[in-house]
Design a protein around this ligand. Structure first.
Ligand code: AMP
Length: 442
């Protein structure tokens, strides 16, 4: 198995990795780090949970320490764009952890907090800046930041950026970067707009695709309750009374909906917290921390707030409302099947949501097991209680097969290859990432 030392990373980084307890690189790290150290552009098709943050942070830190130079005032050497504040904070934490012996400066620029400290941090220049697009544009417009000296840019979770309407700001930001730069582009899925953006940004990229051992949709036991909208809250309380729901993530479509559900749960004696875009940064962090540490058993979230958040051990995802897009459904249920694990996802579907359910079944190529709540009988059935091993119905597919399915899906959408170019590059690597087997640390 490849070791970090074999990849040619600087000694100060190897020491930090040892401190982190990382023994060997994950598949995406082993594939992506060598070409990135050579200065190549990268297109990474990977979800969180694969180790992708270290896959880009380590080569960037290596570059910064190998050619040390003080960043000019109001300038940055490496820029990482992330869709949410939480993800930006996590990425910055990773840079700080891996760079702890490297003496690099790392800053974060996100919305929802005061401008002042950010302006102060930017004034001296930074080695690494992790930012969400909106606030970054503010600082560019007010000239507290310039990007003409940036050497590397990372676009993380590009598909999520698209969902959030960040493509126009990203184009504006990219237009401010110098031509001579290294581009790293990560996305879990490749809708047409993202393939187009990747093609515009990347030059001769190495493509690394890492998928979990089996598609998420096949590792998660999925059930749907047909239930009237008005009865959903009570059904939710009933479901959550089951202690098997040890760490449950409940999704609503709107921020108000999230608050209402959390309030209802509180009234019913189910400890919960809500997380969404109207909450302050510290409220969100507090809610997340409580959930991560097991103090809060139920976290109610909107899609936007929940994506990219690194919480392991989620036992159940409950779709209180079905999402607007089937892709969002796959992202949601992926929260309970991290790092090759299984999990359970329960959707509460009223009549008006049936078309959304059909779209989900079409995308995942599965029909969900139905529990009809409107007819008599126990709502539980035993669906959520049986061990997951017994519940799994879908046949295992080979990793290659899974990759091909994702690729053909993306191609069908984009009408072209991932890079928007007709041929696949010989350097392209497709790796089955059975993380639970090949990488017990994940
Ligand atoms: P990411 O996909 O970047 O969100 O990483 C998922 C989790 O894996 C994070 O908690 C990382 O700290 C952890 N991780 C990343 N690389 C390794 C590694 N090589 N060995 C052990 N843990 C890792």
């Amino acid at each position: 198995m490849t070791q970090f030392a074999d990849l040619g990373l600087a000694e100060v980084l190897l020491r930090a990795l040892e401190r982190e307890g990382y023994v060997s690189p994950t598949p995406i790290q082993a594939r992506a780090i060598p070409p990135l150290l050579q200065g190549r552009d990268l297109l990474g098709i990977a979800q969180t949970g694969t180790g992708k943050t270290a896959a880009f942070a380590l080569p960037i830190l290596h570059r910064l320490v190998s050619a040390r130079r003080r960043p000019a005032p109001h300038s940055v050497r490496a820029l990482v764009l992330a869709p949410t504040r939480e993800l930006a904070a996590q990425i910055a934490e990773s840079f700080r952890a891996y760079g702890r012996f490297a003496g690099v400066s790392v800053g974060v620029v996100v919305g929802g907090v005061a401008h002042g400290p950010q302006i102060k941090a930017l004034a001296g220049g930074l080695d690494v800046l992790v930012a969400t697009p909106g606030r970054l544009l503010d600082h560019l417009a007010s000239r507290h930041l310039r990007l003409d000296a940036a050497e590397v840019i990372v676009l993380d979770e590009a598909d999520h950026m698209l969902d959030l309407g960040f493509l126009p700001p990203i184009r504006q930001i990219v237009a401010r970067l110098p031509n001579n730069r290294q581009n790293l582009f990560f996305s879990a899925t490749m809708p047409k707009e993202i393939a187009g953006l990747a093609a515009a940004m990347l030059r001769d990229p190495v493509e690394v695709s890492v998928t979990p051992g089996a598609p998420v949709a096949e590792r998660v036991d999925q059930r749907v309750f047909f239930v009237d909208g008005a009865a959903k809250r009570d059904l939710l309380v009933e479901l959550l009374a089951d202690p098997a729901f040890a760490r449950a993530l409940v999704f609503t479509r709107t921020k108000r909906g999230a608050d209402r559900v959390a309030q209802h749960l509180e009234r019913a004696g189910v400890g919960s917290a809500a997380i969404h875009g109207n909450k302050s940064q510290s409220q969100r962090q507090q809610a997340l921390e409580g959930f991560r540490r097991g103090r809060t058993r139920v976290l109610v979230a909107t899609d936007i707030a929940a994506r990219g958040i690194d919480v392991d051990g989620v036992t159940h995802v409950v779709n209180f409302e079905l999402p607007e897009t089937p892709e969002a459904y796959v992202h949601r249920i992926g929260r309970t099947a991290r790092a090759g694990a299984g999990g359970a996802a329960i959707s509460l579907c009223d009549n008006s949501e049936r078309p959304l359910l059909r779209a989900i079944e079409k995308l995942t190529r599965q029909s969900l097991a139905v529990i009809d709540r409107r007819s008599a009988g126990s709502p539980h059935e035993d669906a959520t209680r049986r061990p997951l091993q017994q519940q799994r119905r879908a046949p295992e597919r080979s990793g290659q097969d899974a990759v091909m399915r994702i690729k053909s899906l993306a191609k069908a959408r984009a009408g072209k290859s991932f890079t928007g170019r007709p041929t696949l590059r010989p350097q392209r690597e497709v790796e089955r990432c059975a993380t639970s087997v090949t990488h017990p640390a994940l």
